[in-house]
Design a protein around this ligand. Structure first.
Ligand code: MF3
Ligand code: CO
Ligand code: CO
Length: 296
């Protein structure tokens, strides 16, 4: 019989406590660096539920369905498409594949997907609005499959974009890319927000503060919150097994918003364009894995 190792963490692996140091330079021998203790501590102190390999695989599979559905949506994005057609497509494809569209009836949301056009920041309700040449449209899909949640979105061009549309979509995409690059054990939630805010504001754009990224996987919205603004080193330290979204909402004008009388649709106060990209991100031992991966 093989003698059981005290820990599966190698001496030169990143320390599971999230310090960013090698295990041998950190918790090795101090005897409380086990993944089990970290899971308990994060749950107790921060209400963050770390994901084991089985949960990660479940979210990964749900994520594949989200991306497959987003690809189907992209094929119907053109001038003349009514946003409710996107809702029907997302609903029917998700159900056909054995999934559940998480938005439907979530806190009273009436549809199966959020569709947000131009000055709509997020939580747009699909309906009779027709897409027009030059519009930008964000489609945000959250799918429950086998009990696991994955959440992702993209902003698409309708026909050929004008300069403002091109600018805000490119800045929002780069914000997600830069935020994602900060995800590794030992970095903090604030490092992600800082990178996004610095870039967006440097481009003369603004970052929405009222809506943030979130833990995801066992539920739609879990701890922690992941602001897309902040300061280096602030907030929770990232540890392997954390799964959360990064989903920066970036405005071409000012950051302020207003919610319409439907109690959902968030629009820019100044009427300027707003764009967003979102992925579900796992913190791995040495960086990140997107569980809803697409190129940025
Ligand atoms: N998918 C959104 C997010 O990224 C949440 C939408 S809530 C809904 O967190 F009710 F509008 F669907
Ligand atoms: Co989300
Ligand atoms: Co989403």
């Amino acid at each position: 019989m093989k003698i059981m190792n005290k820990s599966k963490v190698g001496r030169n692996d990143p320390c599971p406590c999230g310090s960013g140091l090698k295990y041998k330079k950190c918790c090795l021998g101090k005897d409380d660096g086990s993944t089990e203790d970290k899971r308990t501590a994060y749950a107790r102190k921060y209400k963050v539920r770390l994901k084991d390999e089985k949960a990660v695989e479940g979210i990964r599979i749900a994520g594949r369905l989200v991306l497959e559905t987003l690809d189907l949506v992209e094929a119907v994005i053109h001038p003349g498409t009514v946003t409710d057609v996107i809702n029907t497509l997302v609903h029917e494809h998700t159900v056909k594949k054995g999934g559940i569209p998480a938005p439907l009836n979530y806190r009273g949301f009436p549809k199966s997907v959020c569709v947000s056009v131009n000055e709509v920041i997020c939580h747009g309700i699909p309906g009779e609005r027709e897409l027009r040449e030059g519009d930008i449209v964000n489609v945000d899909i959250t799918t429950i499959l086998d009990g696991y949640f994955a959440d992702a979105n993209k902003t698409f061009f309708v026909g050929s974009p004008g300069p403002d549309a091109r600018k805000i979509v490119n800045v929002a995409r780069e914000c997600l890319r830069l935020g994602r690059e900060k995800v590794r054990p030992g970095n903090t939630i604030g490092d992600i927000g800082f990178a996004i805010q610095q870039y967006a504001e440097g481009q003369g754009c603004s970052v929405v503060r009222e809506f943030v990224g979130h833990g995801v996987g066992f539920e739609f919205h879990e701890s922690p919150q992941v602001p897309h603004f902040g300061r280096k080193g602030d907030g929770l330290t990232l540890v392997p097994g954390m799964v959360f979204t990064i989903e920066p909402m970036i405005n071409l004008g000012e950051r302020y918003l207003r919610v319409l009388d439907d109690d959902w649709t968030a629009v820019t106060r100044d009427g300027s364009l707003s764009a967003q990209f979102e992925q579900t991100i796992l913190v791995t031992d040495d960086g990140y894995e997107s569980l809803t991966p697409y190129d940025l």
